[in-house]
Design a protein around this ligand. Structure first.
Ligand SMILES: O=P(O)(O)O[C@H]1O[C@H](CO)[C@@H](O)[C@H]1O
Ligand SMILES: O=c1cc[nH]c(=O)[nH]1
Length: 232
């Protein structure tokens, strides 16, 4: 057990699929895993472990924002010996060519948050994904005929931003979309010598306020989960 995870030692798989929403973790675990077992439920942040095509895999919620993800990712890498964390999240598009329900493989993650400024004494760190996971996700996605984009994203600290037009600055530097966790995940993976990748389904567009609808979200998120499972 760790401070925020009440799984017994050995109960969490080396690969963790990590959505923000703990109920999404539970839903996908029950949908895709054989013999899914709830191994942690502290604060309702479910972690379920089971088997997928003979490999042990866990699904766990990270909560929303870098501060929440950081607590769980630290404990997974450090206390549970997790080797790779694959975030399966949602994001908003900030590019015309990135459409709702398409998938972004986050090659790198910028941030407007303060955690890396503190960590690196105000210097800049380029938070990047693991190349082996990224390239395998890309080839698998292409083989499956999925609409996938690869590039930079922004991990913001504020869903309701006090600078509502600031996304245009990031967009002018080819950033594809906005979510709230990946920069911290990639930085922690680097610090522990482990692997991480964020796979994101586009749920909305900041350009035209388009949004996914429930049935399409189910399908889009399912394709993302199946892509992440292929990396396990
Ligand atoms: O769908 P998830 O994984 O929660 O990701 C996105 O959705 C939440 C905001 O609604 C933030 O956590 C953001 O990163
Ligand atoms: O953080 C997020 C997630 C989904 N959509 C957004 O616009 N922002």
């Amino acid at each position: 057990m760790s401070i925020h995870i009440n799984a017994e030692a050995g109960k969490i798989a080396p690969t963790v699929l990590f959505p923000g929403d703990p109920l999404r973790a539970k839903y996908f675990a029950e949908k895709y895993l054989e013999n899914p077992e709830t191994v942690s439920d502290l604060r309702g942040m479910y972690c379920l472990s089971g088997e997928y095509k003979g490999k042990r895999v866990s699904f766990m919620g990270s909560g929303m924002g870098q501060a929440s993800l950081s607590i769980y990712a630290n404990e997974l890498y450090r206390d549970y010996g997790v080797e790779q964390i694959i975030r399966i999240g949602s994001c908003g598009s900030i590019q015309e060519h990135v459409k709702v329900n398409q998938i972004i493989l986050a090659q790198g993650a910028c941030t407007n948050g303060n955690m890396n400024r503190r960590r690196f004494n105000n210097l800049d760190f380029a938070a990047i994904s693991d190349f082996t996971l990224l390239s395998k996700a890309y080839t698998t996605a292409r083989d499956r005929g999925l609409d996938v984009h690869v590039g930079n994203i922004l991990s913001t600290d504020s869903f309701y931003d006090s600078h509502p037009e600031e996304w245009k600055l990031w967009a002018s530097y080819a950033v594809l979309g906005i979510e709230m966790e990946s920069a911290e995940l990639y930085t922690l993976a680097a610090s522990y010598g482990k692997k991480a990748l964020s796979i994101l389904t586009v749920s909305d567009s900041l350009l035209d306020s388009s949004h996914d609808i429930l049935q399409d979200r189910e399908k889009g998120m399912g394709a993302m989960a199946e892509l992440a499972l292929a990396l396990a």
